[in-house]
Design a protein around this ligand. Structure first.
Ligand SMILES: [Ca+2]
Length: 243
């Protein structure tokens, strides 16, 4: 029995080492734990487990290690004179499995909010926000939807989005222009309206052949239906109303 299980684990390790080291290691740990739990199970069932875990690991290998697993997206809206509004999207089992759920966003009319974005991997008690800050030059959030007017969206203006940060807020601007990130934003509401939505996408834009994929027109291009470079780390939808 042990002889059957052990080579499976070795093969899995070798396979994963094609990708990023840190994430591979985490995945290996998780897989090993799963492998040990049903120790004594038949090899057929184990291979199924491995297959699933390998798929997870492989998906995440396409991303950088810092964004592989985002289970939670928290939006916090603050403004003078009104209550702070917090809405969280949560997908406790990460990619695949059950779909995540998002709390609705309810904002006050005619208000200028500062909206911050926080990302967590609650499976591993990890603050992904800090990792995005560290690699701000490789990431950009896009805020879009039929209710959103802003750089990435030509919606009806239930809310208006503007970026309120730059890469240099989080560290040295080492590559190209000092571009927006979207961890901090301004959201301006107008009149009362319901049945809106706000979509939050985090795009991962690593250097490609030593050239930046992130550029100043990324959001505007997206708003006009252009294809985005890079990969999507997270893309979640919140119901939105202004009441
Ligand atoms: Ca830059």
């Amino acid at each position: 029995m042990h002889n059957t299980c052990f080579p499976n684990k070795v093969a899995f390790v070798i396979y994963l080492q094609d990708g990023s080291t840190i994430m591979n290691w985490k995945t290996i740990v998780a897989c090993t734990a799963l492998t040990f739990a049903p120790l004594g199970c038949d090899s057929e069932a184990e291979e199924d487990d491995h297959g699933h875990d390998t798929d997870h690991g492989h998906d995440t290998d396409h991303d950088h290690e810092e964004t592989e697993l985002i289970t939670t997206v928290v939006l916090t809206f603050t403004a003078d004179g009104t209550d702070t509004v917090t809405a969280a999207f949560s997908d406790p089992d990460g990619d695949g499995g059950a779909s995540g759920t998002a709390e609705p966003i309810v904002l006050a009319p005619d208000t200028v909010y500062t909206m911050s974005v926080e990302l967590l991997n609650e499976l591993e008690d990890e603050d992904i926000t800090a990792e995005i800050e560290e690699e701000a030059e490789e990431h950009q959030f896009l805020f879009y939807g039929p209710s959103v007017t802003g750089p990435a969206s030509m919606g009806d203006g239930l809310v208006t989005h503007a970026y309120a940060d730059l890469e240099s807020d989080y560290g040295e601007n080492a590559v190209g222009d000092d571009l927006v990130v979207g961890l901090t934003n301004t959201i301006t509401t107008g009149a009362v309206g319901t049945e809106g939505e706000l979509n939050v996408m985090l795009r991962h834009l690593p250097l490609l052949n030593d050239a930046p994929q992130k550029d100043a027109g990324l959001a505007e291009s997206f708003a006009q239906g252009g294809d985005l470079p890079g990969d999507t780390d997270v893309d979640v939808r919140f119901d939105l109303s202004v009441e």
